[in-house]
Design a protein around this ligand. Structure first.
Ligand SMILES: Cc1c2[nH]c(c1CCC(=O)O)Cc1[nH]c(c(CCC(=O)O)c1C)Cc1[nH]c(c(CCC(=O)O)c1C)Cc1[nH]c(c(C)c1CCC(=O)O)C2
Length: 359
């Protein structure tokens, strides 16, 4: 293993999210927004006219520029590196296209016949551009806010790889879990190992928090989630802690967002993640009582559609959400990614409502 690089990054000026993740008291509640560097921003849409999606992801200066866009507009408390969860299947040798108004398409999905063609060897070095974008962005942020790195979770990546894109049911990928459990475990194990190396690379490059997106958790149930997801999610957090320790690197807060996995909420608090992301369907009080005495910070969970409400209504909903969650160990966010037609002014209203709460 190569030695850890020394970066001399600018001093961090806003550590609200790091404090909340560690269970310390910040001066204000931290807020960031899932998919904050996305298609609801007019400047992003303008940028996209000149560059393809993966060109932006793969060119550190472009990825850095887009990462900074929401920070120039809003008083957010974190940035998240511009990339996509599907860069992993790409690095494993699969073709991934981003089709306008369709989303991601993998024209040659994974089958029992081609699974051994996945190129595990060198996969993480083919993702070096993400590390370079992270390092550049840490410098360009000038310490304004922390930078979050991320990955898709094994099951969510498996879903896209087998379905060949988004799916309403994930029935092809779920078929594997029931019909070919051994091959499924082999695939999930491979993805887990790549994810661990990839996230360590991001942390070495300068990521200050990590979020694991299990966006397709909602298609499973308690027993499938226990058998095919929880063990791998736990391995990811444990291996990251162990590797950081070996490398003499500071611990980095880990966030798990398992969308729709209400059936395993309690278990999510036992996987070694500091923060559990809560989707918009969950009751704050239920979440808090489930995690009672567990030292878990919660993140969420405003319905992304609440941003369409009139300003006063939105402010009331945000205030009420904060009252219900309480202000301790809390990071404010939406309960899933922001939609492309979200009004840009509503995002400002959301942030103002959060920052106006006295702690
Ligand atoms: C499931 C998933 C994907 N990608 C991601 C997830 C997990 C989060 C979630 O559950 O929403 C994660 C992601 N994708 C993107 C980011 C960037 C950072 C950020 O601002 O949050 C992040 C964190 C950029 C993106 N990823 C994508 C875009 C839009 C593509 C374009 O510009 O044409 C952006 C800005 C494309 C993408 N990528 C993916 C889908 C389903 C789509 C199409 C739908 C959409 O556009 O939101 C896969």
């Amino acid at each position: 293993m190569s030695s850890v690089p020394v970066h001399n990054f600018p001093v961090l000026k806003n550590s609200r999210i790091l404090k909340a993740a560690r269970g310390e008291k910040p001066d204000k509640l931290p807020i960031w927004i899932m998919r904050q560097a996305g298609r609801y921003l007019p400047e992003f849409l303008e940028f996209r006219k000149q560059h393809t999606f993966f060109e932006i992801c793969q060119t550190p200066s472009l990825a850095c520029e887009v990462t900074l866009m929401p920070l120039r507009r809003y008083d957010l408390d974190a940035s998240i590196i511009f990339s996509d969860i599907l860069v992993i299947p790409q690095a494993l040798g699969m073709t991934v296209e981003m089709k306008p108004s369709v989303g991601p398409v993998l024209p040659d999905p994974l089958t029992l016949e081609n699974i051994n063609d996945l190129k595990r060897e060198g996969a993480v070095s083919r993702l070096k551009y993400v590390g370079e974008a992270i390092t550049l962005t840490r410098h360009k942020l000038e310490g304004k806010v922390p930078l979050i790195g991320f990955s898709g979770a094994p099951w969510t990546l498996m879903g896209y790889m087998i379905e060949g894109g988004g799916s309403k049911t994930l029935s092809k990928a779920k078929k594997w879990l029931y019909a070919y459990p051994e091959v499924s475990h082999q695939l999930l194990g491979l993805l887990t190992d790549v994810i661990i190396d990839y996230l360590i690379m991001q942390i070495e490059a300068g990521a200050q928090l990590i979020q694991v997106f299990d966006s397709s958790a909602e298609y499973l149930n308690k027993s499938l989630y226990a058998k095919f997801c929880l063990i791998y999610l736990k391995k990811i957090s444990q291996s990251i802690r162990n590797r950081l320790n070996e490398l003499n690197l500071d611990n980095v807060p880990l966030i798990l967002f398992a969308k729709g996995a209400y059936f395993s909420l309690e278990e999510q608090g036992e996987l070694g993640y500091d923060v559990v992301g809560i989707d918009w369907t969950m009751e704050p009080k239920f979440v808090r009582s489930t995690f009672k005495n567990k030292n878990i910070t919660v993140q969420g969970n405003l319905d992304p559609c609440a941003l369409y409400a009139p300003k006063e209504e939105l402010t009331k909903m945000v205030t009420s959400m904060i009252e219900q969650f309480g202000t301790e160990r809390y990071i404010v966010n939406l309960g899933h990614g922001i939609y492309p037609d979200a009004p840009v002014d509503a995002v400002q209203t959301f942030i103002d409502a959060v920052h106006s709460v006295n702690l």
